[in-house]
Design a protein. Structure first.
Length: 405
C-alpha cells in the first residue's frame, strides 16, 4: 500500500516581492483545504509570521501548530535540519492537507527543494506521518522593482555580475521554479512588461509566467499542480539548455563553444556555488538588524527622512511604528526598494479600558512581557535588511525622527 503523501508548495522571491500577500490569499481560500504554514525570515524578528498570524487565518489558537516561524537564518543552509523536522512534525499530526513554505527573500530555491525531496529516503522518524512531496515552486517577481532597480531586467544579463551580487540571487530564484508570478504588473507599461518578460524568458524558458497585481492569482493555478520534477526544473535554466545544445558536439570544439555561449547569454556563468560555511546573508553581503525604540516618531521628521535621507542600500524594511500626533494608533511600515507604504494596523492595547487590559494581560503573556510602565505596548520595531549597512548611521537618522528630538 502506497504511503499517503502531503503536497508542499514552496514560495520564493526577492525581498518585498509579494510572497506574504500571496500566502495570505492562499490561506483565505474557500476550498476547504487545511493548510499548514512554515515562514522563514533571516532576521531575529519574524515580521511576516506575525502578519500572517494577525490576519486571523492561522496561528490564532493558543496551542496552534499550523504556523511555524523559522528565523535567524535561511532554510536552504543554516536552518536545513529545522525545516526537515518541522515538515515531518506537521505531516505527522495528520491535521493538514497541504504545507506552504514561504522562504526568506534571500533564499535560493534549489537547496530547499533538495532538502524536501530528501525526506522520503531519510530515517523512519522523519517519515512517521504522510510523506512530503514537493508539488510546485512559485517565484514571485516584483515588476515595478524590476523596472526601477534592475533596468527592466537588463541588469540580470550583464556579464560582470559577481557571485555575491543581488542580480545573481534573483537569477537563481527565477531559474529554479515552475511558475513565475509577475506581480504589480499594472505598475509598469506594456512595453516595460514586455522587456521584463523577455529577460525572464532568456533566463528561464520553461516556467509558466502569470501576470498579476497584489498577488491575486487563481489558486488552482498554483496548488495541487503536480508540476515539480527535480530533474526537469534543474535543467530548465537557459544556460543549461544552451549547454545541452552543444552536448553532442565534438570535444575538440568544447572551448570555442563555451566561449560563444558566454557571449550569447550574459548570465550563463552566474550559476551559484553555495559555500557551506556561510549562509546566504553573508554570501550576498546582506545584513539585517532590528531598530527598536519606545518613543513615537514625529511624522514630519519621518516623512522627510524617507524622502531625502533614506539609504539606497536598504533593500527591505518592515515593521510597526507610531507617531506623536496620534499615539493610540499603530501603523505597519513597509519598504521594498523605492516603494514605501504606511498602513493603519489598529489601536494599541494600551488604549483598552483597565478591566479589559487586565484580562488581556492574563491571556496574552507576550503582552505583559513587552509592557512598559510609560508607553504600554507602544513601540517602534523595524526589521531592516540591506547590503553593507552602516547600522550606527541608520539608527542615528531614525533616532533623529523621534518626537522631542
Amino acid at each position: 500500500m502506497a504511503k499517503k503523501e502531503i503536497p508542499v508548495l514552496l514560495l520564493t522571491g526577492y525581498l518585498g516581492s509579494g510572497k506574504t500577500t500571496l500566502l495570505n490569499r492562499i490561506l483565505a481560500n474557500e476550498k476547504g483545504i487545511r493548510f499548514a504554514v512554515i515562514v522563514n525570515d533571516i532576521g531575529e524578528v519574524n515580521i511576516d509570521a506575525s502578519l500572517i498570524q494577525k490576519g486571523g487565518v492561522v496561528g490564532q489558537e493558543k496551542e496552534s501548530d499550523d504556523l511555524v516561524a523559522l528565523q535567524n537564518g535561511c532554510i536552504c543552509c543554516t536552518l536545513k535540519m529545522d525545516l526537515i523536522e518541522q515538515i515531518a512534525d506537521l505531516a505527522a499530526t495528520g491535521k493538514f492537507d497541504y504545507i506552504v513554505i514561504e522562504a526568506s527573500g534571500i533564499c535560493e530555491p534549489a537547496p530547499i527543494a533538495q532538502t524536501i525531496c530528501s525526506i522520503p529516503v531519510m530515517e523512519e522518524y522523519y517519515n512517521r506521518g504522510a510523506q512530503p512531496r514537493l508539488d510546485c515552486i512559485v517565484t514571485v517577481v516584483d515588476a515595478l522593482r524590476m523596472k526601477d532597480e534592475f533596468a527592466c531586467g537588463d541588469s540580470l544579463t550583464k556579464k560582470e555580475i559577481g557571485e555575491d551580487d543581488i542580480e545573481n540571487l534573483i537569477i537563481e530564484q527565477v531559474e529554479f521554479c515552475n511558475i513565475i508570478l509577475l506581480n504589480k504588473i499594472s505598475e509598469v507599461t506594456p512595453e516595460e512588461a514586455g522587456r521584463i518578460k523577455a529577460i525572464i524568458r532568456a533566463i528561464q524558458p520553461k516556467a509558466q509566467i502569470i501576470e498579476c497585481d497584489y498577488a491575486d492569482v487563481d489558486l488552482d493555478k498554483i496548488i495541487n499542480t503536480g508540476l515539480f520534477n527535480f530533474e526537469k526544473v534543474a535543467t530548465s535554466a537557459a544556460w543549461i539548455q544552451e549547454l545541452e545544445h552543444h552536448h553532442d558536439d565534438d570535444d575538440d570544439d568544447d572551448d570555442e563553444e563555451v566561449d560563444e555561449h558566454h557571449h550569447h547569454e550574459g548570465h550563463c556563468d552566474h550559476h551559484h556555488h553555495h559555500h557551506h560555511d556561510e549562509g546566504e546573508a553573508e554570501e550576498y553581503g546582506i545584513q539585517t538588524f532590528v531598530y527598536y525604540r519606545r518613543p513615537a516618531f514625529d511624522l514630519n521628521k519621518f516623512d522627510r527622512f524617507l524622502a531625502t535621507q533614506f539609504p539606497k542600500n536598504i533593500i527591505r524594511t518592515k515593521g510597526v511604528v507610531y507617531f506623536n500626533h496620534n499615539r493610540d494608533m499603530s501603523f505597519l511600515f513597509e519598504q521594498a526598494g523605492s516603494q514605501k507604504k504606511l498602513t493603519q494596523a489598529g489601536l494599541w492595547f494600551a488604549t483598552a479600558p483597565e478591566e479589559e487590559l487586565q484580562q488581556l494581560m492574563m491571556t496574552e503573556p507576550g503582552l505583559a512581557k513587552d509592557w512598559d510602565p510609560v508607553y504600554g505596548d507602544r513601540m517602534i520595531k523595524l526589521v531592516i535588511i540591506g547590503q553593507k549597512l552602516d547600522r550606527e548611521a541608520i539608527e542615528s537618522m531614525l533616532d533623529a525622527c523621534l518626537a522631542n528630538r
